[in-house]
Design a protein around this ligand. Structure first.
Ligand code: 5GP
Ligand code: MN
Length: 346
């Protein structure tokens, strides 16, 4: 973990700032929105800084229950305002991402920002040289958990619920509700936040019991008609734009799908490919002993965590056309799995 002195340095940076920009990765998920909302609430409660969370594109509606009105500038809707806030802030905090290019359209603004930059992240291989202060832990559940320990360290008087609630949400979504990447510290964090009075049942209800019917219908279709399993134990689902449209699947509504094939004993890695504009967005999940990170890095220009990563497959570029995605997955998965130690040997 970080040194307390580093956390105190961060505290004085926050206290001496008037205008703070928090930037998270493209297609922000629960952890990205959770840690950023938690830090923003801290700044609101304990400093006089004005803070905006600047996001490269929109976050899923399912997360709107904890994102305060007016706290976010979405670069896909207000590009100029987003750019202006990032380049004119006096403190930039980059959260839940390891390199500037993860912020897609905002990457040039991050590059141009001349104020101190702080990183709070839990991904592998952070680009440390771009930051004056780095909080990077990979043996932790989420950026939200890391934010919790930093803020707890600098706030002996105790953190209010507005800070704690989004952090509990972010940790919950990134661990898939305590299923993956859970450490003893994760349970301690959850226990302390619940003891402070945050209503976990309410959070779970918003996260997991408020979906639209189309999501469940799409899941049924995907599992029965679209999931393929290679002889090397790699399950994959390729969804083209037409299918995503016909189920009206919005961002966030496929959250969790990629994990499901891992419930099969014979499956060691699972992929979900979703067609976007000229590329597929790729999600990769793996069981212990198989590196989703190495696979995403080698074949999909991506990375992330050891067992949960993502990337992209461009067409043309990586493959001549979208219809070649299946062959590409079959071939790369076979090559990769044959170079990976067999089950039980690691
Ligand atoms: P997801 O599959 O949920 O979109 O992402 C899983 C993990 O992989 C997350 O930690 C995310 O930050 C990372 N990830 C997703 N897409 C990319 C990508 O295009 N590049 C890199 N480097 N990481 C990604
Ligand atoms: Mn995260």
């Amino acid at each position: 973990m970080f040194e307390i002195q580093e956390a105190l340095t961060f505290k004085s940076m926050c206290e001496s700032s008037r205008k703070v920009a928090i930037v998270v990765h493209a297609h922000p998920d629960g952890d990205a929105m959770g840690c950023s909302c938690g830090l923003r609430a801290y700044l609101g409660a304990f400093t006089s800084a004005e803070c905006r969370i600047v996001i490269p594109d929109s976050y899923p509606d399912t997360l709107s229950f904890f994102v305060p009105e007016g706290s976010v500038i979405d670069a896909s809707r207000e590009q100029e305002d987003a750019f202006a806030w990032v380049t004119s802030c006096d403190l930039l905090v980059v959260m839940d991402m390891n390199r500037f290019d993860r912020a897609s359209v905002l990457a040039p603004a991050l590059e141009q920002c001349t104020s101190p930059r702080v990183l709070i992240d839990h991904h592998l291989d952070p680009d440390r040289g771009k930051f004056s202060l780095v909080f990077s832990e990979t043996d932790i559940s989420s950026a939200s958990e890391l934010t919790y320990w930093i803020l707890k360290g600098i706030c002996p008087e105790g953190l209010p619920k507005e800070v704690l609630k989004p952090l509990l949400v972010g940790m919950t979504t990134d661990t898939n509700n305590f299923a993956n990447s859970v450490w003893p510290s994760t349970f301690t964090m959850a226990s302390e936040i619940i003891a402070a009075g945050v209503d976990r049942d309410e959070i779970l209800s918003y996260l997991y019991n408020e979906y639209r019917e189309n999501r469940l219908r799409a899941l049924g279709y995907i599992l029965s008609r679209k999931m393929e399993i290679s002889s090397d134990g790699v399950a994959y689902v390729i969804l083209d734009a037409g299918e995503l449209n016909s189920f009206d699947l919005q961002d966030g509504e496929t959250e969790g799908f990629v994990n499901m094939p891992l419930s099969l004993g014979k499956v060691r890695m699972s992929l979900l490919l979703k067609e976007d504009d000229g590329y597929y967005r790729v999600s990769v999940r793996s069981k212990k002993g198989v590196s989703a990170n190495a696979y995403a890095k080698t074949f999909f220009h991506g990375g992330g965590h050891e067992n949960a990563s993502g990337g992209r497959l461009y067409f043309p570029g990586d493959i001549p056309g979208r219809e070649m995605a299946r062959d590409y997955v079959e071939q790369t998965a076979a090559r990769f799995m044959r170079s990976t130690a067999p089950l039980g040997k690691n």
